[in-house]
Design a protein around this ligand. Structure first.
Ligand SMILES: C[S@@+](CC[C@H](N)C(=O)[O-])C[C@H]1O[C@@H](n2cnc3c(N)ncnc32)[C@H](O)[C@@H]1O
Length: 232
């Protein structure tokens, strides 16, 4: 099978329902994408050149409207943050926050995170990866669309430094259990930081997200998992 066919057949973790851009989001995309956006290309990124320094880089996949990521970038100037999101209104929203808050340590990609990891993130480049409230795909026939799968975790592991953290959070118990199972299948690459427990309390460095608050209003719980990349 040709490479093009393989790509077409890939099961994606999202279905694009663009929704309308607000005027503010549209303007932010036009004005601020050239400043803070990184165009998708099938070539490895030079992260030190992108941020203008060698600080550790933390990747967030699926930042939604970006409010929690902007808050973290503001609170952690010692880190660089790279955010990936496929939903254009969310990218527009976060671009505006970056500009308003004068954040210098946050850059965005608007593309499928799996392809970004494959083609743009160099091996052992990341000091941390965070995926907060990924789409839960609750129906059993859709479970294959969940982004957290053993093959995806193996890909992530190649892009992470030894000791780098992987922080997952979900408000869907069945997905939390699925995450635990997937992580145990790659226990040669990752180690649980929670000792004998599977889950940790939400650490202070993770702000609540928009999706999390929505879940809480519906009576959902929250499950945080923090694992670390083992040394080879
Ligand atoms: C349920 S929302 C959660 C958003 C945010 N983290 C929050 O907690 O408010 C999941 C987000 O992941 C994004 N997403 C899903 N698959 C993705 C992928 N492969 N690459 C980039 N973003 C993705 C979706 O567009 C969506 O905005």
């Amino acid at each position: 099978m040709s490479e093009a066919n393989t790509r077409l057949r890939r099961i994606r973790s999202f279905v694009l329902r663009e929704g309308r851009l607000t005027r503010g989001q549209q303007q932010a995309l036009e004005r601020f994408w050239p400043k803070y956006g990184v165009d998708y290309r099938e070539a490895p990124l030079d992260l030190s050149a992108l941020f203008g320094n060698d600080r550790p880089v933390i990747l967030e996949i699926g930042f939604g409207n970006g409010e929690s990521l902007a808050a973290q970038a503001a609170a952690e100037p010692q880190h660089n943050f790279l955010g990936i999101e496929v939903h254009r209104p969310g990218v527009g929203h976060l671009l505006r926050l970056i500009e308003e808050q004068g954040l210098t340590n946050l850059r965005l990609l608007h593309h499928d995170a799996v392809e970004v990891l494959e083609h743009m993130i160099p091996p052992r480049a990341l000091a941390g990866v965070q995926i907060y409230f990924p789409d839960p795909w609750p129906k059993k026939k859709h479970h294959k669309r969940r982004i957290v799968q053993p093959a995806f975790l193996r890909l992530l592991a190649t892009r992470m430094q030894p000791g780098a953290f992987l922080h997952l959070a979900t408000d869907w118990q069945d997905y939390a259990e699925h995450m635990v199972e997937a992580l145990h299948q790659v226990a040669d690459l990752f180690k649980n930081t929670a000792g004998n427990r599977e889950y940790v309390e939400r650490p202070a460095r993770r702000p609540q997200t928009k999706f999390e608050r929505r879940g809480q209003r519906l009576g959902h719980g929250t499950w945080d998992l923090i694992w670390r990349r083992r040394a080879d």
